[in-house]
Design a protein around this ligand. Structure first.
Ligand code: ADP
Ligand code: MG
Length: 292
């Protein structure tokens, strides 16, 4: 399923002295099956943008199409749209409220009239997707750790079995282990369950590793859109927007500047290790002095 945004402008408190243009003239297409990351400094408009994907916010100007349907048109059932496009808010665990984990995850599908075995299956599948053990089902969500709560909240959206899942800063505030686990689960959802995934982040290292395409926002507009390799090649532009490049990319660029025969595109530790080992082997053979 795809999302197509045309000329989207959003003004908060339009027509009042507090009017604030949060998005201006955005064009963006999310293709079926993609894993896209939206990055940008705080206040650049990321959350405002993604809340248009399922009709939670209405455009001040422009249009949003989900699966070819303009969701701003009269007669469009927004509940259907929200079933297809699952939105996980920033700090979604703040919205857990049921007495048990199971009830919390079941809340959405139950509200759409699903019950019995189908409901059981959905809750089980959703908890499995985020590696929450079945034994947690009868526990109170409030007894869980921060990372576990976050995953239960994400399971609640997955239980609606959306075609697209949009996660707003899913790893914010988690410890390194919790981040790692969640990123792996997101990748798995994309691969194994055929979900189209959009995630918002301001962590360069994680978007570099996970995303197929990056959308960079600044001051309410999209300023770059490309593969992580090509975006990070333009480190100066990112720095100008208050965004760094991943440490590994910096290291590779410094070695390149010193004349090492390296590709400029290593984004992860694994890529960098491989490239450095290859460069070392090549320079040894050629008798080049890498201490130069
Ligand atoms: P991001 O998610 O990238 O941090 P947001 O979409 O939250 O950015 O915010 C974009 C701009 O809109 C910011 O200037 C922010 O202050 C403003 N904004 C966000 N939400 C509201 C709101 N409910 N009312 C008024 N202004 C808002
Ligand atoms: Mg935000």
């Amino acid at each position: 399923m795809s999302i197509e945004i045309r000329d989207l402008t959003h003004i908060y408190n339009a027509g009042t002295p507090f009017a604030r243009t949060a998005l201006a003239n955005i064009d963006l297409i999310i293709n079926d099956g993609e894993l896209v990351a939206i990055i940008g400094h705080t206040g650049s408009g990321k959350s405002t943008l993604v809340q248009h994907f399922n009709g939670l916010l209405r455009p001040t100007q422009g249009s949003v199409k989900v699966d070819g349907v303009d969701i701003g048109k009269k007669g469009v059932n927004l509940r259907d749209i929200r079933r297809k496009v699952g939105l996980v808010f920033q700090y979604p665990e703040h919205q857990l409220f049921e007495e048990t984990v199971w009830d919390d995850v079941a809340f959405g599908p139950r509200n759409t009239g699903i019950s019995g075995e189908e409901l059981e299956n959905r809750v089980r599948r959703a908890l499995e997707a985020v590696d929450v053990d079945g034994s947690f089902a009868k526990r109170s969500p409030f007894e869980l750790s921060g990372g576990e709560k976050r995953r239960v909240a994400i399971a609640g959206v997955l239980a609606m079995e959306p075609s697209i899942i949009v996660l707003d800063e899913p790893t914010a505030g988690l410890d390194p282990r919790g981040r790692e686990d969640l990123l792996r689960q997101i990748q798995r959802l994309h691969k194994d369950r055929d979900l189209t995934v959009v995630f918002v982040s301001h962590n360069m290292a994680e978007v570099a590793r996970l995303a197929q395409r990056l959308v960079v926002m600044d001051q309410g507009g999209i300023v770059m859109e490309d593969s992580p390799e090509d975006i990070f090649a333009d480190g100066e532009c990112l720095e100008a927007m208050g965004l760094g490049v991943p440490d590994m990319t910096l290291l590779m660029q410094r070695l390149l500047d010193r004349g090492w025969p390296l590709p400029a595109s290593a984004l992860t530790i694994e890529d960098a290790e491989e490239a450095i080992m290859a460069a070392l082997a090549a320079t040894k053979k050629a008798g080049v002095d890498t201490n130069a």
